[in-house]
Design a protein around this ligand. Structure first.
Ligand code: XLS
Ligand code: CA
Ligand code: CA
Length: 454
């Protein structure tokens, strides 16, 4: 049975603009000598410190996800919320929404991140009609513009929530009901205008319910044709209003649908190629989704980057032993190091960034937990960046990799790679040289080298 959420720790319904929402928490400072149990601190993240010619802030471009950190209540499929923030009166009023947004900007300022992200519906409640919903959103967008200007915090990306409302139960761009897809189009029209107004550097599409539960009631080709048509309308309107943000698609293998069409990076890239949309989009990769697809943590980051399609990263992690989308803060130095190695090798993520699409555990109920989670994740990525810089500067891992592929640099290898060889030539080479000799993959050598840097 659903239980009532806990009472607020402190009432703040008459909070004024000057009110401090996080009393007792000072801006997080860099202190490499902090004691092990001091966790409201950066031990590695020093925003202005230079690494390979850029500041850490420039490489890392950290962003806070509004939906988890300011709308999350700790509820899960088995239980009600455990977290009630002191500024939140539990209502869907516009006043409450505005107070929450002011609290968020105080959080960003004290944490020291330069970016945030949101879904349209995170910001403001839906009204009885689309017109009312848009009017509600406008009020919050104006406040956001004011707070962005005051604090210097910018919008990494905006997105439309096209999955939570019951109208989207069959999907949005892939709904069997064209009326629903038209609603999604109207919502995205407004979303693009909001992104333009707030200077969002990217605009994300996560296909929350674009997928199927049963192939018996699904026409997969029709769904994907409709999705491509939907994206074409997006491109036209984006150009019409002069919005310059990068469009991003975020793959996810499953959840909430049994099969999501944007299964993983390669699937999304193939979809974009198939429908001639590649030049308009890049990918927003979330490692928790990569592991849900059955791949290693960094797999989609590496694949998207290899094809010049890595636009941004939802920096989080899952518990692969569980198989759910748990959206945990990224705290694993090895994972963050290999991700940053790819990011540095491709020359950075801008205009994308590292967005903490992560939530504190439902048992982590105090305000300080929200700061500790973000600060520790930022520190983990800062360590990852420093490790990646050493790996790349030393060049020994690269040298071992090149050695493994050396046979492609000359002779038949170079001719095949250049598309100059033929099957007859292959036959001739083998007749002359005989069978290839076995060669070692040296996997443990590579693993040992990586451990040296971590
Ligand atoms: C959910 C997704 C979602 C997107 C934005 O699994 O990660 O939060 O990032 O809609
Ligand atoms: Ca995400
Ligand atoms: Ca997720």
């Amino acid at each position: 049975m659903a239980q009532a959420p806990p009472k607020r720790q402190k009432t703040s319904s008459n909070a004024s603009r000057e009110e401090e929402f996080f009393p007792g928490i000072s801006p997080i400072q860099y202190n490499p000598d902090a004691a092990p149990d001091e966790t409201l601190v950066f031990r590695h993240y020093d925003a202005q410190q230079e690494v390979l010619g850029r500041t850490m802030e420039e490489w890392l471009r950290f962003s806070v996800a509004y939906w988890h950190s300011f709308r999350g209540t700790g509820s899960d499929p088995f239980g009600a919320g455990t977290i009630r923030r002191p500024w939140d009166d539990g209502t869907e009023s516009l006043e409450n929404a505005k107070r929450r947004l002011r609290a968020a900007f105080e959080f960003f300022s004290k944490l020291g991140n330069k970016y945030w992200t949101f879904h349209d519906r995170d910001l403001a409640p839906e009204g009885a009609t689309l017109a009312e919903t848009n009017a509600n959103l406008d009020q919050l967008v104006e406040l956001a513009a004011e707070l962005q200007k005051k604090t210097g915090v910018k919008l990494l990306w905006a997105t439309c929530n096209l999955f939570a409302h019951p109208r989207f139960m069959h999907g949005a761009g892939t709904s069997c009901d064209a009326h629903v897809t038209a609603y999604a189009g109207a919502q995205v029209k407004k979303g693009l205008e909001v992104a333009h107004r707030l200077g969002a550097e990217n605009f994300v599409f996560w296909g929350g319910r674009e997928g199927y539960h049963s192939l018996l009631n699904t026409d997969v080709k029709a769904d994907l044709d409709h999705l491509a048509a939907f994206f074409r309308m997006v491109i036209v309107y984006k150009e019409k209003i002069g919005y310059k943000g990068q469009l991003l698609i975020e793959p996810k293998a499953k959840e909430p649908t049994r099969h999501q069409y944007d299964y993983d990076a390669q699937t999304v890239m193939a979809f974009l190629h198939q429908y001639g949309l590649t030049q308009h989009f890049k990918l927003n990769i979330e490692p928790n989704h990569t592991t849900l697809a059955g791949h290693p943590h960094e797999h989609d980051v590496v694949f998207a980057s290899a094809y010049g399609m890595l636009g941004s990263i939802d920096a989080n992690t899952g518990s692969p032993d569980l198989g759910w989308d748990t959206d945990q803060f990224p705290m694993d130095v090895r994972n963050c190091s290999v991700i940053m190695k790819t990011v540095v090798e491709q020359g950075g993520l801008a205009p994308g960034g590292l967005n903490f699409d992560a939530k504190v555990r439902r048992e982590s109920t105090e305000l300080r937990d929200l700061f500790i989670a973000h600060a520790a994740a930022m520190d983990t990525f800062a360590r990852g960046l420093k490790n990646a810089a050493r790996i790349i500067s030393d060049g020994v891992m690269r040298k071992s990799l090149m050695a493994r592929y050396a046979s492609w640099n000359s002779g038949i290898g170079a001719r095949m790679a250049a598309g100059e060889a033929s099957l007859e030539e292959c036959e001739k080479v083998i007749m002359e040289r005989g069978d290839p000799k076995p060669s070692s993959g040296h996997q443990e050598h590579f693993e040992a080298m990586l451990n040296h840097y971590i």
